[in-house]
Ligand binder design. Structure first.
Ligand code: NAD
Length: 431
């Protein structure tokens, strides 16, 4: 099939590359010329496990290319995925500016086209958006009728950054929200080579499945963090509690790793967008509000813990290890590290920061921090180290590294398995 994908971010690019590897001819579209040029040179513009290699292979085999010309790429394809960002407005509601623009640009492509075309909303959008916002744009701009001249699906994406390509290619399930049977049948063909159960449903149910999934996972994290804060008071290891709870098959152990809270481009904005949408519908999002507020407090708990050791942080040298919101990605969106650095700066600390992938991105948020090229360099001559992201390489920290510090103290916002004496380490929600 000829497929066009609008948006080459953390969803669009793994999806486009993955679909090319399954025998499709794929054109990726972006308004960012630099990204487009990089892709056409076989260079991956984002860091994601295994993606650079597969992308280079697909480009060199002529199965994947990129363009800034949306209308042309849409006209030359059978099906178009809309995978642009749907960020958060200041009031927490969803910002549909980019997806509406992308729909407008894409609809231009079918104005003169003969034959059937299917548009697939892959971006995360609140229920009823596809029906009430996207379809009217597609119809007005193309001058054609949805359900007659073209089809529409809503196909939420559940991939996790860090393992985006693999998650896209091997999902737990594929949810297809469809305007009509013909639209759904066409999209189902795209996934015919995928080994995953396919659920077909309405457009708005598909939209809500995505929000309900993310909100439940985020709630699990805030829940275990609340239990973790109690564990800290009682001298209990919250990971033991999580293991005991997670052995119950009704609960499952996943997403019960307590720590410095969730970040990223999805959980914080999606929980807020769902809460805001519920309020618009006259429903009170009580659990969602608590999930958000527990998480906000959790993000800077590590600094409070640091103040127990140094009531006055002014002039203290602190190493911040890990800047991305999770390991395996260079994405810092809503990363706890952003808030931790802000708070440390406010308290007058001197910061040395290190991350294997995310330094360039963090420099845009915090240009005035000293960035180092290794964790060893970051720890040297500091009064404490904060582990904010559990990059695997930090597990190699050892007693030798601690000897280079002014005070051998590691505060862990993420659970680590390095060989460091207990008196030199302390967990955020564990002893
Ligand atoms: P992103 O910000 O990484 O990428 C979006 C891309 O779209 C950018 O490259 C931007 O230049 C491009 N773009 C914007 N407007 C455009 C237009 N009119 N035409 C062409 N390109 C345009 O976003 P993302 O993280 O890939 O997320 C995309 C959607 O998928 C969002 O709705 C998000 O909530 C959802 N989602 C994200 C993840 C994730 O882990 N990042 C997971 C599941 C779902």
């Amino acid at each position: 099939m000829h497929i066009s994908v609008v948006g080459t971010g953390y969803v669009g690019l793994p999806a486009g590359t993955g679909l090319a590897s399954r025998g499709n001819q794929v054109t990726c579209i972006d308004i960012d010329e630099e990204k487009v040029e990089k892709i056409n040179n076989g260079d991956c513009p984002i860091y994601e496990e295994d993606l650079p290699e597969l992308l280079e292979e697909m480009v060199s085999q002529g199965k994947l290319s990129a363009t800034t010309n949306t209308a042309e790429a849409v006209a030359d394809s059978d099906i178009t995925f809309l995978a642009v960002g749907t960020p958060m407005n200041n009031d927490g509601s969803i910002n549909l500016e980019y997806i509406k623009q992308a729909a407008e640009d894409a609809a231009e492509g079918i104005k003169e086209k003969d034959g059937y075309h299917v548009f697939v909303v892959k971006s995360t959008v609140v229920p009823t958006t596809t029906e009430e916002e996207i379809i009217p744009i597609l119809e007005v701009v193309s001058g054609k009728k949805a359900g007659e001249d073209f089809g529409v699906c809503m196909n939420p994406e559940f991939l996790r950054e860090g393992t985006a390509l693999n998650d896209f290619l091997e999902p737990d399930r594929i949810v297809i929200g469809e305007l009509d049977e013909k639209s759904g049948d066409t999209l189902e063909k795209v996934y015919s080579e995928f080994d995953a159960p396919i659920m077909r449903t309405s457009l708005k149910a598909a939209e809500l499945i995505k929000y309900a999934s993310n909100s439940l996972l985020a709630t699990k994290i805030s829940f275990i963090n609340e239990i973790g804060n109690l564990c800290k008071e009682l001298g209990i290891d919250v990971y033991e509690v999580a293991d005991g709870v997670g052995m119950d098959h009704r609960v499952k152990r996943d997403f019960l790793d307590s720590g410095a809270g969730f970040g990223g481009s999805c959980f914080p904005k999606d929980v807020r967008a769902l809460a805001s949408f519920m309020e618009d519908q006259g429903e009170e999002p009580r659990i969602l509000e608590d999930t958000i507020s527990v998480n906000e407090d959790q993000k800077t708990k590590l600094v409070e813990q640091l103040e127990d050791h140094y009531p006055d942080l002014s002039g203290k040298k602190i190493a911040v290890l890990g800047l991305s919101f999770k390991p395996g990605t260079d994405d810092i969106r809503q990363s706890p590290a952003i808030d931790i650095i802000s708070e440390l700066k406010e308290l007058g600390a001197q910061i040395k920061a290190y991350d294997p992938k995310a330094i360039e991105n963090m420099k845009e948020k915090h240009p005035d921090v000293e960035y180092t090229s290794s964790y060893e360099e970051a720890l040297e001559d500091t009064d404490a180290g904060l582990i904010v992201t559990d990059w695997d390489e930090f597990n190699a920290i050892d007693r030798g590294d601690l000897q280079t510090m002014n005070k051998a103290l590691l505060l862990e916002g993420r659970r680590m398995s390095y060989d460091v004496d207990e008196e030199n380490r302390e967990g955020i929600t564990w002893p």
